[in-house]
Design a binder for this molecule. Structure first.
Ligand SMILES: [Ca+2]
Ligand SMILES: [Ca+2]
Length: 97
């Protein structure tokens, strides 16, 4: 009987639908996409990134500070409490990575 229950439990687990993680694309994830010149900066984080106050708002910039590297040459700089985000094609589910 114990072997039959174990076999049934195994068969049930084998037939359960499985949830698989899928990669989520994050556009311009390192702010290298807008092609700044050395020492340059831009208020425009788009089209991938959105920010408080809408496109081209001043408190959020992409910048290239010579001598400072963060995964390439360009990085994000913001004023305190300024938000920058992307609306992705997938929603993060609880208890997933
Ligand atoms: Ca970068
Ligand atoms: Ca901006």
């Amino acid at each position: 009987m114990k072997n039959a229950l174990s076999l049934m439990a195994f068969a049930w687990l084998a037939l359960m639908p499985q949830v698989h993680a899928a990669p989520v694309t994050i556009g311009d994830q390192s702010f290298e996409g807008n092609g700044l010149a050395a020492g340059g900066w831009s208020n425009d984080l788009g089209p991938e990134w959105l920010e408080t106050g809408g496109p081209n708002s001043g408190p959020g910039v992409e910048e290239w500070i010579s001598g400072f590297a963060a995964d390439g040459t360009d990085h994000l700089g913001t004023n305190f409490d300024h938000e920058v985000w992307q609306d992705l094609a997938a929603t993060n589910q609880a208890n997933t990575r």
